[in-house]
Every structure is written in structure tokens, then in C-alpha cells.
Design a protein around this ligand. Structure first.
Ligand code: TYM
Length: 368
């Protein structure tokens, strides 16, 4: 298993990651505490897709004392977004709606230029604005949501990144990110850029404001560094909440990744492409023949179509249980399970693209 901000591969053992990264598992006690404020629990929390956190209890202590937090999350714009990228944004929208708090969204066009050999600054800058449309289409509140390209907000960010960079030494960067002598120096400095939105609103307000960062677990190394350095600069450590990865279509190992086209569903994939990809590539827990499937049944635990329904697309616990039981008993065939998923994804994507058309980005953008 390998989990870094730039590479995720192998069979992911989330319990092992909790220990290695030093995050805390989300337990029932924390879930009830969240529910006290939100009234209900998002399906991502109920199904433990968001599985770990740092300092959520502190954040809620502060909130209960009247010290409201803000949210911060982001996207590295290297190409078109896929379904996995939307997970943290969908969850962040729910948090924003429930707690009625501001949100800062960083688009790291600088990072993607530094880590992707073939991309120019022009490419990543253009993708930042393409991706911004998809992000805002998730339904964030104008006036409370601020989105920026690092390149276009660089004066503000750079002035503050310097504060972090001065406290980040090479041995920490090597240990936390697995940086080697062959890596470019930009990658090391960039870690400071991703820390800035975790304290920028505090600088602007002239007082410390708690910050909560929802993200996929691969981004945690950045925030480990941020949490280490911010108190040295007089700011709070940000709290964070981590999600597991939506697995690739082709199997349960690694994460859905933009670099493997057949394993990802892109937000631009039309109905036909979605149906073809799922019919052709979705890893199945079914048996090789219909007869065998009817006799022995399928294995939902390794079946990617079932896992995707469980993670995102089937919110009803009752319906999910029926699909699970029917598939396991052999009553439901792999082809039938796949059709359920195809319909759900297409409905979701059609709605998403309609919302994307309506986005007025100017209402959300921060620039220098
Ligand atoms: P990026 O563009 O790699 O990913 C954007 C967000 O999506 C999460 N993610 C996934 N979640 C579930 N399943 C998947 N298959 C999957 N693939 C990606 C990532 O963990 C991330 O939360 N450096 C960042 C951009 C960034 C950022 C942030 C992210 C800047 N500031 C603050 C989170 C919070 C990046 O390249 O993300």
C-alpha cells in the first residue's frame, strides 16, 4: 500500500493508515455529537466513508462556545474531474448547509504544474477554471464560498506561504512527503502554499478562527505539516476530517485516478460512455456463469458496482440491504446490479451538468 498526496496504490488498509498517519477513527460518540448539531447524518458518515479526523471534538467545543469555524478544501486541477474528486466537495456542501459557515476552496494550479511532467502553467491554469465550474455546481452558497486559483491569488498566498516555508525544513519534507534528492524544489515549497488557507481568514479577521478541512486521506501529509507549524506562528491547528477513496472501476485496490481512464467515470462522460464503461470494466463479485451465480450467489464485498452504490449512489439503507441480499443469494445477476448503478450515475451526472451550465463563477472568485 502506498498513500501520498501524489500516489495511491495497492490494497488500502484504513486501520493501518489511522495508525501510520496518527489520525483518529470516527466513533459513534463523535457521530452523535455531530448529529446533535446537524439533526441527521450524511450518508458518507453513516456508511463510514468519512472514517477519520483530527481534533473534531475541539472544533465542536469551540463551536458550542460560540466560536464558529470556517471550512477549507481544494482541488489540484490537472484534468477533468471524476466522481471520486466530488466526494469531499459533496460532504463539504452538507457541512456548509448544516453549520452555515464560510468556505474557502483552493485550486492548486501551481502544484499540478510542479508534479505533472507534461503540463504547462497555461494548462493547469485553464483547468483550474474548468474544474471550478464543477466544484461550484455541487451547490455551494454564493457570498459564503470563496474559490481561487493559486496563480491568480499568488500575491496574497505567497506573502503568507513564506511564514510557513521559513519553519518547514528539508528533513521534515523528506520524512512527511517521501521527497527524494531527485524531486524538484518547487514541490517542497508548495507544501507551504497548501497551508495558507488554514490561517488566512484568521489573519484577515485579526483574530483566530477555527478551521475544518474535509479531504481524502491522501492529503493528510500536507495538514500534518500545517498542524505542526501553525501554532509556532500563533494560529490554531486546523481540524480535519478524512474520507476513504472511491475505488477504481477495475478493482478494489488503490483509488479512482484520473491517470487510468478506463477505471474512472468523468463528470463529462455521457450516458453511453457510462453504460459502456460499467458493463465492460466494473469489477464483479459474481460467478463466471449464470447457473453458477444462481447456485452460489455473488460477493458484494468485492463487487465495485455494489461498493459504489453503498458509498455514494444508494442512500436508502433498506434498498441497499435488499440489493445486497439478492446479489449474495444469487437472485440478482451482475448485469442487473450494473444496470442499477448505470441508471443512478447517469441521473446524477445529467443533474450535475445542468447545474454546471448555470454556475456564475464571478460570484465566487478571489483574485489579487
Ligand atoms: P486532488 O485534486 O488530487 O483531489 C481533490 C480531492 O478529492 C480527493 N480524492 C478522492 N476522494 C475519494 N476518492 C477518490 N478516488 C479520490 N481522489 C481524490 C482528494 O483527497 C482531495 O480531497 N493538493 C490537493 C488540492 C488541495 C486540497 C486542499 C485538497 C489544496 N488544498 C485542501 C483538500 C483540502 C489535490 O491535488 O487534490
Amino acid at each position: 500500500m502506498k498513500v501520498t498526496p501524489w500516489e495511491v496504490s495497492g490494497q488500502i488498509d484504513y486501520d493501518k493508515l489511522i495508525k501510520e498517519f496518527g489520525v483518529e477513527k470516527i466513533d459513534d460518540k463523535l457521530l452523535s455529537r455531530i448529529k446533535k448539531h446537524t439533526g441527521d447524518l450524511h450518508v458518507f458518515l453513516r456508511r463510514k466513508l468519512f472514517f477519520a479526523h483530527r481534533d473534531m471534538n475541539w472544533l465542536l467545543d469551540e463551536y458550542e462556545r460560540g466560536n464558529k469555524f470556517y471550512l477549507y478544501t481544494g482541488r489540484g486541477p490537472s484534468e477533468g474531474m471524476h466522481l471520486g474528486h466530488l466526494i469531499p466537495f459533496m460532504f463539504t456542501k452538507w457541512l456548509q448547509d448544516k453549520f452555515d459557515v464560510p468556505l474557502y476552496i483552493q485550486l492548486t494550479d501551481d502544484e499540478k504544474f510542479l508534479v505533472k511532467d507534461k503540463l504547462t502553467l497555461k494548462d493547469t491554469h485553464r483547468m483550474a477554471y474548468e474544474n471550478a465550474l464543477d466544484v461550484v455546481a455541487v451547490g455551494f452558497k454564493p457570498g459564503k464560498t470563496f474559490i481561487f486559483s493559486d496563480l491568480d491569488y499568488s500575491k496574497t498566498l505567497y506573502n503568507n506561504a513564506l511564514l510557513v516555508a521559513k519553519k518547514l525544513n528539508l528533513s521534515t519534507a523528506k520524512a512527511v512527503f517521501g521527497i527524494t534528492n531527485e524531486d524538484n524544489v518547487g514541490k517542497i515549497f508548495f507544501a507551504s502554499m497548501q497551508s495558507v488557507p488554514a490561517f488566512l481568514p484568521s489573519i484577515e479577521a485579526g483574530r483566530n478562527i477555527p478551521c475544518l478541512i474535509p479531504h481524502g486521506i491522501d492529503q493528510d501529509p500536507y495538514f500534518r505539516v500545517t498542524r505542526d507549524i501553525l501554532p509556532k506562528l500563533g494560529f490554531y491547528k486546523p481540524a480535519s476530517i478524512q474520507s476513504q477513496f472511491l475505488p477504481p472501476l477495475t478493482g478494489v485496490e488503490g483509488k479512482m485516478s484520473a491517470s487510468q481512464h478506463e477505471s474512472a467515470i468523468y463528470l463529462t462522460d455521457d450516458e453511453k460512455i457510462v453504460a459502456n464503461k460499467i458493463r465492460k470494466y466494473a469489477f464483479s463479485g459474481g460467478q463466471p456463469t449464470i447457473q453458477e451465480h444462481r447456485e452460489k450467489g455473488g460477493n458484494p464485498d468485492i463487487d465495485v458496482s455494489f461498493i459504489w452504490l453503498k458509498m455514494i449512489f444508494e442512500e436508502s439503507d433498506e434498498k441497499l440491504k435488499k440489493i445486497h441480499d439478492d446479489y449474495k443469494s444469487g437472485k440478482m445477476l451482475t448485469s442487473e446490479l450494473k444496470e442499477i448503478l448505470i441508471e443512478k450515475i447517469n441521473k446524477f451526472l445529467i443533474e450535475h451538468r445542468k447545474n454546471r451550465e448555470k454556475v456564475k463563477l464571478d460570484k465566487f472568485l478571489l483574485k489579487d
